[in-house]
Write a protein that binds this ligand. Structure first.
Ligand SMILES: Cc1cc2nc3c(=O)[nH]c(=O)nc-3n(C[C@H](O)[C@H](O)[C@H](O)COP(=O)(O)O)c2cc1C
Length: 181
């Protein structure tokens, strides 16, 4: 009975990649700081692989990379305001190190957008004038992070009943459980 919700979950997540303007193009990423406090930020959802791993790009020097390297536990939040659909993902994040994959991702980024990964100073560095930002000529700090989902929760607000389903990854498949909304 939960299979239609599983199908809808995967279909909607995929649309974040394939459908222009879909609200799942962005998600909120939560990681845990070294002090144990939560950190949140918006990122662009870049790839949804066959093994359901989710990928985003970032600057290797950013705070989130430091946090993920210390503690791989992350949560992702997707929200579709028209469908009143919320998808939360909990999983393990890791830096992609496969150079073939990284070259492919980097090669497909439009030249103008590559700048985002080539600032001379690291993201978060204090500066006096935002227009004085300088860029590296040759080097870059492009980094791709993958998230292996361990649980995915579906919540749809609707009448007569809201629907909430928890999908949990087991060794070989996914289990599902309706939850009281
Ligand atoms: C619409 C939007 C999209 C963003 N996409 C990304 C992204 O794909 N990757 C990224 O590293 N930061 C992205 N950012 C910036 C992050 O939200 C964040 O401010 C920045 O990466 C620093 O985060 P950190 O200090 O926690 O590492 C985006 C911000 C906005 C507003």
């Amino acid at each position: 009975m939960t299979s239609t919700f599983w199908d809808e979950t995967l279909t909607e997540i995929k649309k974040g990649i394939t459908k222009r303007g879909h609200p799942f193009r962005l998600f909120t990423l939560a990681s845990i700081s070294a002090l144990g406090t939560p950190s949140l930020r918006t990122v662009v959802f870049r790839h949804f692989n066959d093994n359901l791993n989710l990928v985003f790009y970032t600057d290797a020097r950013s705070q989130k990379v430091k946090e993920i390297e210390k503690n791989a536990d992350v949560s992702l939040l997707f929200y579709h305001p028209e469908n009143l659909l919320q998808i939360t993902v909990k999983g393990k994040a890791s830096v992609i190190t496969d150079s073939e994959v990284l070259d492919r991702y980097w090669g497909n980024i439009p030249d103008g957008n590559k700048k985002d990964y080539t600032t001379q100073t690291a993201p978060g560095t204090p500066m006096n004038n935002p227009d004085a930002l300088e860029y590296l000529n040759e080097n870059h700090h492009f980094c791709a992070i993958q998230i292996e989902p361990l649980s995915i929760e579906y919540l749809k607000l609707k009448r007569p009943n809201h629907i909430r389903v928890l999908f949990s990854k087991t060794k070989d498949s996914w289990e599902s459980q309706f939850l009281a909304p």
